[in-house]
Design a protein around this ligand. Structure first.
Ligand code: CA
Length: 520
C-alpha cells in the first residue's frame, strides 16, 4: 500500500520533470491520490516566548542568551517562526481551542479543569465566578453537564484515514467525565494523558507521582509503569513512547497525527539531571538552573523527534508545529521584554513561542508576521491534511487556517484586521478577571472587577508600558464595542457581582458609562 502510493507520487513527479525538460507528455491519466502529510503538534506547557535561545522578537533578549534550545534553532532554520502567536492565558482553554477551533469565549472552558463541578477560583471581594464549563470538553455522542460538546480535530483526522496519537498531558476534561480520556476525543492512542494538568513528579524514581508528598494521587501520571523506579525523566519517557509510535506509523504507512504534549515545563519544577550542571556553572540561581534544565530536556525531546523523522524517512512528508499553551508563570521571575505572566492579559501571559516546518512548502528560515491564535491550529491542520470539515462539525469554528501563509501565499485578506479575543472571567492565583481584544496593532484590556479599560499598541510597545486609553478614547470606544459584541455573540459568561446587582457589564457597557472619563 505505501509503496504503491510512493510509486504514484514518483510517477507524477516524473511527469512534471519530463514536461519541464520538453519530453513528450504521457497520456492523461486519473490524478493519483497523493498521501496527505503527517502532522506532529509538539505542545509545551507553560513555556514563555523568552524561554528559548530562539529570539521571537527583533533582538535577542537576556533570556535568549542563557537558555539552550538547539532543536528549536534547527526547527526555526528549517521552517518558519511566528513572532506574534497567541494562546489563552492558562492550560485547558488553550487545549480545548486547539482541538475544537473555537475561541475560549465560545467554548466556555475559561479556566483550568480538574474535578467535576469544582471551580479552582479563589474568593474575590466583590465577584463570584460565572457558571462556566468547569467539566471541560466532550463529544456530541457523549454529552455531559457543564462540558462543551464539539467535533474534535483528531476525530476528523481519524475519519480521513489518519492514525491519531496522543502522548503526554491532555487536560481536556474533568476527572470522571468523557473528555478526561483522549480516546473519547478521537485519538486512537493515548499515552499518559488524563484529567490532570500537571505531573505528580517528573522523576521515574518517584514513579511520576506526588503521593507521599502532597498525598493526592490525582496528579499521578498514568500508563508509564515500565519506567517506574528508573532514572528516566518524564520528558524522556514520553519521547521514547512517541518515537515508538512514529516507528509503528512508518511500518504501517498510514498518515499520522502525533499530538506530543509535554507536561514540561509546568510545575513541579524538578531538575532534568541530564542538563543541570552547565547552568550551575554559569551562575544561575538554583531555581533558574532547574527551569533551564527542564527547558533543555524539552528541547532535547524535540531534537529526538526530528532525528526519528529523519531516520524513518518521514521528515519530508511531515509537518511539524511547535507551540506552548500559555505564557511563562509568575514563579519564573524574568519575562522581559514582555509584561506579565501566565494568567494575565498582557503579552507575557498570552503570547507563545511557535514554529512550523513543512518541507518543500514553507520557506526555510521564514517568518510569518501575521498574528495567529491557537484556535487557528484546528483549521490549519485540517487544511494541511486536505480535510474539508465544513458541514461535518457541530461547533462554530472561530479559527482560520494559516496554511496559506506557510505555503507563501501571503496573509489571508483581512488577517491583520481580524479581532483576536481572550476571556478569563476568573479570580485565580492573584489574577482578577478580565477580557481582551486585539485588532491590528492595538489591544484593549477590560478588567472586570473595577471596569478599568487599558489600551496598548503591542507592536510599537511590546512591553505594554504605555496605556493609551486616555489619549485615544475613540479607539477605546471602538474596541470596547467590538469586544462586547463578540463576547455576547459567542455566549461568553461574565462574573456575577456579590451585591446582587447581576453580572459584570461587558466592555462596551463600561465604556458607555466611562465615556467622558476616558475622553479627557
Ligand atoms: Ca499551561
Amino acid at each position: 500500500m505505501p509503496s504503491r502510493r510512493v510509486g504514484a507520487a514518483r510517477l507524477a513527479l516524473f511527469a512534471v520533470f519530463a514536461a519541464a525538460c520538453g519530453a513528450p507528455a504521457p497520456a492523461p491519466a486519473p490524478a493519483p491520490r497523493v498521501k496527505p502529510p503527517n502532522v506532529v503538534v509538539f505542545l509545551v506547557d507553560d513555556m514563555g516566548t523568552q524561554e528559548t535561545s530562539v529570539p521571537f522578537q527583533a533582538k535577542a533578549s537576556e533570556l535568549n542568551r542563557v537558555y539552550r534550545t538547539p532543536a528549536m534553532e534547527r526547527l526555526a532554520a528549517q521552517g518558519v517562526k511566528f513572532p506574534q502567536a497567541y494562546a489563552s492565558a492558562v492550560c485547558s482553554p488553550t487545549r480545548v481551542s486547539l482541538l475544537t477551533g473555537m475561541n475560549v469565549a465560545r467554548h466556555g472552558v475559561t479556566n483550568w479543569t480538574l474535578r467535576q463541578n469544582v471551580s479552582p477560583d479563589n474568593a474575590h471581594p466583590t465577584l463570584l465566578p460565572p457558571d462556566w464549563r468547569v467539566n471541560g470538553m466532550t463529544v456530541p455522542s457523549r454529552p455531559h453537564a457543564r462540558a462543551v460538546a464539539a467535533t474534535p480535530l483528531p476525530a476528523l483526522l481519524r475519519d480521513a484515514g489518519y492514525r491519531t496519537i496522543h502522548v503526554g498531558k491532555a487536560h481536556f476534561g474533568a476527572i470522571g467525565t468523557p473528555g478526561a480520556d483522549p480516546t473519547t476525543l478521537g485519538f486512537d492512542v493515548n499515552v499518559a494523558g488524563h484529567a490532570a494538568g500537571a505531573p505528580g513528579s517528573y522523576l521515574g524514581t518517584r514513579n511520576y507521582s506526588s503521593t507521599g508528598r502532597k498525598d493526592d494521587a490525582v496528579w499521578d501520571v498514568p500508563g508509564l509503569g515500565k519506567y517506574h523506579g528508573t532514572d528516566v525523566n518524564l520528558t524522556e519517557a514520553l519521547t521514547r513512547e512517541a518515537i515508538a509510535e512514529l516507528e509503528r506509523a512508518a511500518r504501517d504507512g498510514a498518515p499520522f497525527f502525533l499530538h506530543l504534549s509535554h507536561y514540561a515545563i509546568h510545575s513541579p519544577w524538578e531538575d532534568d539531571a541530564r542538563f543541570r550542571a552547565k547552568y550551575d556553572e554559569i551562575g544561575m540561581t538554583p531555581f533558574q538552573a532547574t527551569l533551564a534544565s527542564m527547558i533543555e530536556g524539552m528541547d532535547h525531546s524535540l531534537g529526538d523527534v526530528l532525528d526519528a523523522l529523519d531516520r524513518l524517512d518521514l521528515a519530508q512528508d511531515t509537518v511539524v508545529l511547535f507551540l506552548s499553551d500559555n505564557g511563562s508563570p509568575s514563579q519564573c521571575p524574568r519575562n522581559l521584554p514582555l509584561r506579565g505572566h501566565k494568567l494575565t492579559p498582557y503579552e507575557g501571559g498570552v503570547r507563545v513561542p511557535m514554529l512550523a516546518r513543512w518541507p518543500g512548502v514553507a520557506a526555510a528560515g521564514g517568518v510569518v508576521a501575521q498574528p495567529v491564535v491557537v484556535e487557528d491550529v484546528f483549521a490549519t491542520v485540517l487544511d494541511v491534511a486536505g480535510v474539508d470539515w465544513n458541514g461535518r462539525v457541530v461547533q462554530q469554528v472561530d479559527g482560520v487556517s494559516f496554511a496559506p501563509a506557510l505555503r507563501g501565499e501571503g496573509a489571508a485578506a483581512g488577517a491583520s484586521a481580524r479581532p483576536l479575543v481572550w476571556h478569563y472571567p476568573h479570580h485565580y492565583s492573584g489574577q482578577p478577571p478580565w477580557s481582551a481584544i486585539r485588532v491590528g496593532d492595538h489591544k484593549l484590556v477590560h478588567h472586570h472587577a473595577d471596569g478599568r479599560l487599558e489600551l496598548f499598541d503591542v507592536v510599537a510597545d511590546v512591553g505594554e508600558k504605555n496605556d493609551l486609553s486616555r489619549r485615544e478614547p475613540a479607539r477605546v470606544r471602538a474596541l470596547a464595542d467590538q469586544l462586547g459584541a463578540l463576547l455576547r455573540e459567542r455566549g461568553a459568561v461574565m462574573p456575577t457581582k456579590k451585591d446582587g446587582s447581576g453580572s459584570v457589564p461587558f466592555a462596551d457597557e463600561v465604556a458607555a458609562v466611562a465615556g467622558g472619563a476616558v475622553a479627557k
